[in-house]
Design a protein around this ligand. Sequence first.
Ligand code: ADP
Ligand code: MG
Length: 690
Amino acid sequence: MDLSSPISSLKGVGSHREKALNDHGLQTVYDLLYYFPRRHLDRTTISPIRNFTKGDIVTLIGNVETFGEKSTRRGKIFQVIVSDGTGLLTLTWFNGVRYIKSLFKVGDKLAIHGKVDYYGGFTITHPEFDKLEKDDDPVSTGKVIPLYALTQELKSSGLDQRIFRNIMNEVLSLKIEIPEYFSDDTLLENDLIALNQAIHDIHFSNGIGELNQATKRLKFDEHFFLQLLMALRKRSLHHSGTMPLPDIGPYFKLISDSLEFELTHAQKKVIKEIHLDLKTPISMNRLLQGDVGSGKTIVSILVSAIAVGNHVQFALMAPTEILATQHYHTFNKEFNKANIPCALLVGNMKKSDRTPILNGLKAGSIPVVIGTHALIQDDVHFKNLGLVIIDEQHRFGVNQRAVLLNKGTHPHFLAMTATPIPRTLSITYHGDMDLSIIDEMPANRIPVVTKVVEPMRLGKVYKFIKEEVGEGRQCMVIYPLVEESEKSDLFAAVEAHKELDEKIFPDLTVGLIHGRMTAEEKDDVMAQFSKNEISILVSTTVVEVGVDIPNATVMVVEHAERFGLTQLHQLRGRVGRGAEKSYCVLVKRNVTDASRTRLHIMEETNDGFVIADEDLKLRGPGEFFGIKQSGFFKYKIANMVTDGPIIRDARKLAFEIVENDPNLKNESNKMIRETFIRDYADRLEGVSLT
Ligand code: ADP
Ligand code: MG
């Protein structure tokens, strides 16, 4: 038997169970060994009911005392009352009653996990639970009991926790070696136990200390291989043969001397960091992070002025036409001072407008171009593209970035993002880039006042808007647009516009902008809004990124509970960009516990990094980055939010290894290489191992 043996070769796995396990993604001995428990029960993780407080997430062991069905206004519910000798707890199910009720007998011993609520007594709704055998109780046995994630299909094939543990026991007793890929020195330096030991102990350990050591080792390995990918990618992105841009050039000074404001220290600092990169013949690969309103645009203009001053071309790509157009106007205004032509390249342009731009880029007579995805079309050629900036780069794929960069000879590259990301996350998710952070707001900013309101108080809000508009200022009303129900949401925005326009603000100009309008229509509306010909703009979330209307002082977000924290923060960043005090009104219409927490955080702070931290805690990294489905994080056991020190150690090791052995060719790295290629086969794009 070896790691690749099929599970059917194990005692206790007949064809029935084999099929169920296969369907669950478990084919081989290796798969089983790496099927880590979802939770462990031991003395220290079990809470007595007596000590519960509402809101706690708990694990407990209790005996079924009684159970039964109840009819309520919402339909049938099923309840089980358990006791652990210190108190009683009610378990409640609102659906699947018919099935659930067949699962319990009086006297059953259960391990229960869930969030404690209080309705005249402690209760957990829809708990996770497992039936335990006599000898499964860590309190009486003093052992650590693993609990696996088992689906209903597995359970109905007879694979309950006890049987599953028996199978696991059997696999482990075969003592099949998993080859260690780290040297003894590495293990010692990083305080790690051997891989085989860790795999054994994660399933069956004699105490929490052993279990923690095992967990640490396995987490380390998961972070290590992701960091290895980052290290390899980073290396492959650092091309030599890039045109160095050593001079600060005449345009930088011309533009910076003419600014109406003083650059912040943070802006100066990141410009210096970027310029240091640009001076070398190794291509820059840097991420510029700065909260909304921190002034990334002027940084990108000054940096592009350096490029143009060194006689290379510059391209900026933005995710939406609105944003590209706005950037174009800002760039154009500054570069006009230096008589440098700028062009805008977006989709759906007339051929007669587009052709001269393509010609100018190819001939080199247009040094600065701002655009959307239109920039990466096949017929766009540059004479000498030396610097590329991508705004809101998370909206683009790795491939799109590559296509744009390939239009030059390894041009310098800067990505910009307004989504503040906690640092340990940055080095994970953007681990293949260098990082510059603008961690300071321009001094003239007055924090936006944020208020959560019930719909019944909207009358007051509208009155306030009238006053602000009376002072010459403007307002945005945002409606959510969620893909699944796009049509009805669109309808809601259109209806709201009608009502606001005709009934609530009959004397004011109320505009509407949404994603279904053509680019021209959108531009038209935005142009009117920025000229203050529209006082109130009703919008779906197309204004989310980038739009800069300093005169807008009030933002109303409808159905605020439907937005994520980061998104709300981005939206709020659309106001408070001028010198006037600004307001953000979050209208809550349908609130859950989670959304109440979110909205409260928005009232409490304006700091994007604090909000990002909270968002990450609330939603987890997959949702946070909107990449839940993409399989970016192959973590079984690692946790990006809480593993900070382990991530740093794993990153250090991965980067050292790649530094010394860029293609992982050394004999000592052979196993690392094999494991990496196996686990990351689908992610090796752009990574060279030969
Ligand atoms: P973001 O980082 O969100 O892209 P912008 O670059 O659009 O922010 O800047 C927001 C506003 O702040 C712009 O109107 C810009 O002109 C202004 N701004 C940028 N830097 C400064 C500064 N140092 N002092 C004052 N205002 C600034
Ligand atoms: Mg911006």
